[in-house]
Design a protein around this ligand. Structure first.
Ligand code: ADP
Ligand code: ZN
Length: 528
């Protein structure tokens, strides 16, 4: 399908340049177009941002129909569809509309009999499948299209489908001899997660100078203020940097984009997606979901050249992001959770989904053992053998020395300590009490006399906090924000999620953590 020997090839290449301003096609774009133009049913699995829309839409007259439009407006469109000189080349409809509107289906029939129905495109096709993460019953009604118009090619596209979801979609839509284009979500980027300190911006400056001097990059920041600060700091350090955020006027954004295209700047500190291809992507704070992270990183290395994706992670950023999500301060994630096939529509709601997505992101960052690619790809239902990473992520690069440690007792103690202290204290306070601190603040609350004070004194601080954070990512302990200030810093207290803690406390659940052996640990062993 990649060959250039079709009657439309010349026009296709020309339009890619003229209409879209692209130099070339992305992987599978040309193939998908050739297959659908040849009249086949086609199923496309392509990551978000991969360029699906180019395969079916261009700068051409289009209209849309949805159920909440005025009836007169709808009739206007129907009239146009019925006319011999219909000006629309593309009609967008919601699946609800197809399922419920006989009028629409009749009009499609009329277009079909006049040989004007060239193709049916179904975007977000995974919604057809009950096995998918985002099942929508109305999508199943789309099967009617192939029944009524068996000879009209269908192009089904999605960014998330396991093999069984794909089968389900093909069945439900009635696709025949369908050609499948499946693209791996794996990218050749170098992934790493680095502990975030107060000198994060200095670290970023150094990282860029050492690895990507004068190359293009995006730095994703959490807030507008962070963005502006980062840009200012990088300018001081001699980089051609600018900021770019959601609250900027369109004209301001256009100005920045113009500077970028003239090469006057090559580093963008952004809160929102910046649509340019780059050599490195840095996350100055925690992304909101693995899907979002994967997509943002996808801006790097589109040309196949080695590119870096560095994430600066701190647990306190997690609490900050969590707070922002609950306040609706940051845009709601368009991504739904894949875990157990639940989503915002049929589980607890958008807030729970966003929080769950954030917790998965935290556990990605907390994990210092497993291959980063593997951790990302399991979210997209893709199998991956971490040997294929070939040490292109920080975890694979590490000398692998770790132990699987049963930490059930310690986990129980931590949960119990949170209960004993009344769910009123921060995670760092709980860790202090657990490790037997006699600090003023511990004494002030009389926590040195509490049962389990010092129960974890044999543990290294890092190890104890790793266990505690694991309990948070499993939703057994919950960080609840108490206070926040205008500078965006928040303080929080730990609570026990009784229903999730039950299995652990009643002895039905064991917790085994894979812990990396740090150099300090080896030193201790040698001294022994
Ligand atoms: P998807 O629908 O797969 O999420 P889009 O169709 O929205 O992705 O495309 C993502 C971005 O990639 C858009 O900004 C688009 O302009 C750009 N893009 C698509 N195809 C190409 C190409 N061949 N070359 C350069 N940019 C492209
Ligand atoms: Zn790896």
């Amino acid at each position: 399908w990649s060959s250039g020997n079709f009657s439309w090839t010349k026009k296709l290449e020309a339009n890619n340049k003229k209409v879209f301003g692209n130099h070339s096609f992305r992987p599978n774009q040309r193939e998908v177009i050739n297959a659908t133009m040849s009249g086949y049913d086609v199923f496309v699995l392509m990551p978000t941002g991969g360029g699906k829309s180019l395969t079916y839409q261009a700068n051409i007259p289009a209209a849309y129909l949805s159920a909440n439009m005025e009836w007169t407006e709808q009739q206007e469109i129907f009239r146009e569809l019925a006319s011999d000189y219909c000006k629309y080349k593309l009609l967008y409809v919601t699946p609800e509309k197809v399922a419920k509107s006989d009028v629409l289906v009749r009009h499609l029939g009329s277009l079909h009999s006049r040989e004007l129905l060239a193709r049916i495109v179904i975007d977000e096709a995974h919604c057809v499948s009950q096995w998918g993460h985002d099942f929508r019953p109305d999508y199943q009604g789309l099967g009617i299209l192939k029944q009524k118009f068996p000879n009209t090619p269908v192009l089904a596209l999605t960014a998330t489908a396991t093999a069984s979801v794909k089968e389900d979609v093909v069945q439900a839509l009635g696709l025949v001899n369908c050609i499948v284009f499946r693209q791996s979500f794996n990218r050749s980027n170098l992934y790493s997660v680095i502990p975030k300190t107060k000198k994060c911006l200095d670290d970023i400056d150094k990282f860029i100078k050492e690895n990507h001097y004068d190359e293009c990059g995006i730095i994703y920041c959490l807030s507008r203020m962070d963005c502006e600060k980062a840009a200012e700091k990088l300018q001081e350090c001699g980089h051609k940097a600018a900021f770019y955020h959601g609250t900027m006027e369109l004209s301001q954004r256009a100005f920045v984009q113009n500077q970028w295209s003239k090469d006057e700047i090559n580093i963008i500190c952004a809160t929102v997606a910046f649509g340019m291809d780059v050599r490195f992507v840095i996350h100055h704070s925690l992304p909101k979901s693995i899907e979002g992270y994967h997509q943002e990183c996808g801006r790097a290395g589109r040309d196949g050249q080695r590119s870096s994706c560095v994430l600066y992670y701190s647990y306190s950023d997690f609490i900050r992001v969590k707070h922002m999500i609950s306040q609706g301060v940051i845009e709601q994630s368009p991504f739904t959770s894949r875990k157990n096939g639940v989503n915002a529509m049929n589980s607890g709601g958008i807030l729970e989904t966003n929080t769950e997505n954030l917790l998965r992101m935290v556990s990605y960052c907390e994990n210092d053992v497993d291959c980063r690619r593997l951790l990302q790809l399991i979210h997209f239902g893709e199998k991956f053998d971490s040997a294929a990473c070939k040490k292109t992520c920080d975890n694979c690069l590490k000398v692998k020395s770790f132990v699987d440690k049963d930490v059930t007792e310690m986990a129980k103690h931590l949960v119990e300590l949170v209960k004993l202290t009344g769910g009123q204290h921060s995670s760092s306070h709980i860790l202090e009490v657990y490790r037997g601190s006699l600090s003023q603040i511990v004494k002030k609350h009389k926590h040195e006399i509490i049962r389990l004070h010092g129960a974890g004194k044999h543990l290294a601080k890092g190890e104890a906090s790793r266990i505690l954070r694991y309990l948070v990512t499993e939703d057994i302990l919950v960080e609840e924000v108490r206070k926040s200030d205008v500078y965006g810093s928040v303080s929080s207290v730990l609570k026990v999620n009784q229903s999730k803690a039950y299995d652990l406390c009643s002895g039905r659940r064991t917790i085994v953590l894979r812990l990396t052996l740090l150099p300090a640990f080896f030193l201790k062993l040698q001294n022994w």
